[in-house]
Design a protein around this ligand. Structure first.
Ligand code: BES
Ligand code: MN
Ligand code: ZN
Length: 496
C-alpha cells in the first residue's frame, strides 16, 4: 500500500474516489459547502433524507461530481461529533475497507476536511488496514488472489501546517496495525503449519529483520533449566518444546527491562483430560498470548519505543499420548515448588509458571504476562473485554489508560486468600486447577506463586482472542487483541 500526503487542492487529483468523513446530523456548513454546490446540492438533499445520517459506518456514493476529477465521492459516516474518538475513525474506515466502492478502485483520497485530530488520522489507517486484512495463504487458484484493488491512499488535510502531524500519525498507525495483523496471522496459522519450532524460527526471523536480539532454548537447554512444569506439558507431544527469549533495548543501558511473557501453546487438545471435540480447532489460537508479545516487541522496535523490553515465550503442544502427563502426576517446577497436575487441560499456567520464574534472571522493573488462560473469562466479560489481575495499582492504571486509548478494554479482578486456598494441593505444594468457581481468578492465584519481587500484571485474553461474528475492523476469527493495548502501555510507560 502506497501512502501519500497532501494539503493541496484535492479536486484535481485523478483518483478513483475522494472520501469525506461526515459526522452525524451534519448540516451543510462551511466545510461541506463547496462539495454541496458543485454536486447540485447533493449533500443538502441527501442529509434531508434518512438514507444517510452520518451514523458511524454509513456509506453513500456520489458520482460525477462536477468539480472533482475523481470518479466518485464517498461519504463516510463517523458518528456524533461530540463523541468522536480514535475508534470512531477506526470503525468507520473498517467498514469502508471492505466496501466495493473502495476496493474496486486503485487510488483513493481520504479527505479530513476540518477534522484535525492526529488520533483520527491514526484511527483511519488502522481501521483500513485491520478491516481489509485477509489471510489468503491457505487458499488456492483464483481464491488466492486478493479482490481488493486499492493500491494507493492519499491522506489530505486543509492546512499545510498539519502535514507533519498527519504523516507521523499515519505512519504510527500503519506500524501498529501491521503489528496487530502479525499477531492475527500467527494465531490463524493452523498448528500443523505453526509448531513450537516454527514459532521459534518466526521470532528469529522478526528479530533479524527489525534488529532486536533473540535466542531459543531447545529441549536440552529447557531440561538444563529444570523447567519441569513446562516439560510436563510438552512431553505428550511429538513436537519438541521451545523457549523463546527476545530482547529489545530502546532505553538507557542501566534501566531495568519490562518483561513480557506470552503463553505459546500452538495447540491445546487438553491432553489426557481431553477437551470435547466441538470447536477444538479454535485451540490452534492458544498461542495468541505469545503471538501478541512477539508482535509487541517487533512493533516497539519499529516505533523505537525508549524502553528496554524482554519477551519470553514458552511454546509447546498439549497432546494426549502414551508419554503424556496424566491427572494426578506431580511435577517439580523450575522454582522448586511441586505441582499436582489434577487437570492436564490447565496446561497454560504450568508453562507460564516456569517462564515467570525465568524472568527473575532479568531483574525486571515489571512483568506482564498475556495468555489465553481460562475459558471462564466467557462468563465474566464475554467477548467484550480483558480481565486483568496483579499486585501493582500503578501498572493497572497504566493499562486502564492504554485501554481507553486503544479501545481494547480491560477490567480488574481481585485475587483473595479464598482463591489462593483453592490452589493448594493435599499432596503437593500446589494443584493446577481450583475447579469451576472463579476459574479466571484462581489461575491468577496460581501464577502469583511464581512471581519474584516485582510488580506484575496478568492479562487473560481467552475468548477475546477470537471474534465470533466479525465487527467493523475485526473479521471473524483471531483478533490479535492485546497488541495495541501493550504497545500503547509501552509508549506511555511510567516507571512503576
Ligand atoms: N486454552 C484454554 C483456555 C481457553 C478456553 C482459551 C477457551 C480460549 C477459549 C486453557 O488451557 C484451558 O483449557 N483452561 C481450562 C482450565 C481448567 C481445566 C482449570 C478451562 O478454562 O477450562
Ligand atoms: Mn487447556
Ligand atoms: Zn490452553
Amino acid at each position: 500500500m502506497d501512502l501519500k500526503y497532501t494539503a493541496g487542492n484535492i479536486n484535481e487529483l485523478p483518483v478513483g474516489a475522494v472520501v469525506y468523513f461526515i459526522s452525524e446530523f451534519d448540516k451543510v456548513g462551511k466545510n461541506l459547502k463547496a462539495l454541496d454546490e458543485c454536486s447540485g446540492n447533493a449533500i443538502a438533499n441527501l442529509l434531508k433524507t434518512t438514507e444517510f445520517t452520518g451514523k458511524n459506518g454509513e456509506i453513500a456514493v456520489l458520482r460525477n461530481v462536477d468539480c472533482f476529477k475523481a470518479m466518485k465521492v464517498i461519504l463516510l459516516g463517523v458518528g456524533e461529533k461530540k463523541s468522536l474518538t480514535h475508534d470512531s475513525f477506526r470503525k468507520a474506515m473498517g467498514k469502508l475497507s471492505r466496501h466495493k466502492s473502495l476496493t474496486s478502485i486503485g487510488r483513493a483520497v481520504l479527505y479530513f476536511n476540518d477534522f484535525e485530530n492526529a488520533s483520527f488520522f491514526q484511527g483511519a489507517i488502522e481501521g483500513y488496514l485491520l478491516g481489509s486484512y485477509k489471510l489468503l495463504d491457505y487458499k488456492s487458484g483464483e481464491d488466492k488472489k486478493s479482490k481488493n484493488f486499492l493500491k494507493e491512499i492519499t491522506f489530505a488535510v486543509n492546512n499545510k501546517k498539519l502535514l507533519n502531524r498527519l504523516e507521523k500519525a499515519v505512519t504510527q498507525g500503519q506500524i501498529i496495525a501491521e503489528g496487530q495483523l502479525l499477531a492475527r496471522t500467527l494465531g490463524l496459522r493452523p498448528s500443523n503449519d505453526f509448531t513450537p519450532t516454527d514459532f521459534a524460527n518466526k521470532a528469529k526471523e522478526l528479530a533479524r529483520k527489525y534488529k532486536f536480539k533473540c535466542r531459543i532454548l531447545d529441549e536440552t537447554a529447557i531440561i538444563k533449566e529444570k523447567m519441569g512444569a513446562l516439560l510436563a506439558v510438552s512431553k505428550g507431544s511429538d513436537e519438541p518444546p521451545r523457549f523463546i527469549i527476545c530482547e529489545y533495548n530502546g532505553g538507557p543501558a542501566n534501566r531495568a527491562p519490562i518483561v513480557l511473557v506470552g503463553k505459546g501453546v500452538t495447540f491445546d487438545s487438553g491432553g489426557i483430560s481431553l477437551k470435547p471435540g466441538m470447536n477444538m480447532g479454535d485451540m490452534k489460537g492458544d498461542m495468541c498470548g505469545g503471538g501478541v508479545v512477539l508482535s509487541a516487541i517487533t512493533t516497539a522496535a519499529r516505533l523505537k519505543i525508549p524502553q528496554n523490553i524482554v519477551v519470553l515465550i514458552p511454546t509447546v503442544e498439549n497432546m494426549p499420548s502414551g508419554h503424556a502427563t496424566k491427572p494426578g502426576d506431580i511435577h517439580v517446577s523450575r522454582k522448586g515448588l511441586t505441582i499436582e497436575n489434577i487437570n492436564t487441560d490447565a496446561e497454560g499456567r504450568l508453562i507460564l509458571a516456569d517462564a515467570l520464574d525465568y524472568a527473575n534472571k532479568f531483574k525486571p522493573q515489571a512483568v506482564i504476562d498475556v495468555a489465553t488462560l481460562t475459558g471462564a473469562t466467557l462468563y465474566i466479560l464475554g467477548y467484550a473485554g480483558i480481565p486483568i489481575m496483579g499486585n501493582s495499582d500503578k501498572i493497572k492504571d497504566q493499562f486502564r489508560a492504554a485501554a481507553d486509548n486503544t479501545a481494547e478494554k480491560v477490567w480488574e479482578l481481585p485475587i483473595w486468600d479464598e482463591h489462593r486456598d483453592q490452589m493448594k494441593s493435599s499432596i503437593a505444594d500446589l494443584q493446577n486447577s481450583g475447579g469451576r468457581p472463579a476459574g479466571t481468578i484462581t489461575a491468577g492465584a496460581f501464577l502469583e506463586n511464581f512471581i519474584g519481587d516485582w510488580p506484575w500484571l496478568h492479562v487473560d485474553i481467552a475468548y477475546v482472542e477470537q471474534e465470533p461474528k466479525g465487527k467493523a475492523y475485526v473479521h471473524k476469527g483471531i483478533t490479535g487483541i492485546g497488541m495495541r493495548l501493550l504497545v500503547n502501555a509501552l509508549q506511555n510507560w511510567k516507571k512503576v
